[in-house]
Design a protein around this ligand. Structure first.
Ligand code: AP5
Ligand code: ZN
Length: 215
């Protein structure tokens, strides 16, 4: 199955992507994670992306699209994938459609995680990520008393772009550039809205209910 997850920053795309991708045994392809790995690895791609990410702006399309095209061409993505954080604007969505059509493929479904702005700010300000296994935690909702990952013992860190003024800018960028994707995919007839409030497992179950008819 070929799935795209959309939604504002902090809606829970990364959190849900972990569960959905492992449930369906398909690779989770997160452009944010790939960029962050390149930044910490000190690669040329990371160097190019970092200045945009630090401001909360989108990395230029030509950089992002080339990276995604290469990743989708890998063996494990041939029969299905879950994209988290891509596409991020209408030109990226149009390019994705073109790339897939070159391979006689198309998206099956786009899940739109719907959550209001206050909740998004609450989620981002308490987010912590495990430096070792990548698992996403929340200081309050997961009742974290220390900075250690309960799964692997790794150290938890706060993302640089979760600072308040950067979060505010990311929300603006979302409204201007990413929100129009909702209409784009509604017009394509493959958009499903998911109420992304409430416990993580409930949101996962709502998403899996939408996917079941396609399995
Ligand atoms: P990216 O990493 O994609 O960031 P984002 O879209 O802003 O999304 P987030 O990762 O902030 O949030 P999320 O929805 O995954 O929420 P999460 O699950 O972590 O992109 C970062 C940057 O990279 C961009 O700004 C841009 O510069 C660049 N970039 C990436 N893709 C690009 C592209 N295609 N084009 C150009 N540039 C690109 O959850 C958040 C918190 O809430 C966590 O603490 C979690 O534990 C908690 N939480 C989740 N669900 C629940 C729940 N149900 N109840 C309570 N808490 C919850
Ligand atoms: Zn961990």
């Amino acid at each position: 199955m070929r799935i795209v997850l959309v939604g504002p920053p902090g809606a829970g795309k990364g959190t849900q992507a972990q569960f959905i991708a492992s449930h369906l045994s398909i690779p989770k392809i997160s452009t944010g994670d790939i960029f962050r790995a390149n930044v910490s690895g000190g690669t040329e791609l990371g160097r190019q992306a970092k200045k945009y990410m630090d401001r909360g702006d989108l990395v230029p399309d030509e950089v992002t699209i080339a990276m995604v095209r290469d990743r989708l061409a890998e063996e494990d993505a041939r029969d299905g994938f879950l994209l988290d954080g891509f596409p991020r604007n209408v030109p990226q969505a149009e390019t994705l459609k073109k790339i897939l059509s070159e391979w006689d493929a198309k998206l099956d479904i786009v899940l739109n995680l719907v959550v209001d702005e206050d909740e998004v700010v609450r989620r981002l300000s308490g987010r912590r990520t495990c430096e070792r296994c990548g698992k996403i935690w929340h200081v309050d909702f997961d009742d974290k008393q220390d900075d250690i990952c309960d799964d692997c013992g790794g150290h938890l860190f706060q993302r640089d772009d979760d600072k308040e003024e950067v979060v505010r800018h990311r929300l603006e960028v979302y409204k201007e550039q990413t929100a129009p994707l909702v209409q784009f995919y509604a017009d394509e007839g493959i958009l499903r809205g998911i109420d992304a409030t409430g416990p993580v497992e409930e949101v996962t179950n709502r998403a899996l209910r939408e996917l079941r008819p396609l399995e």
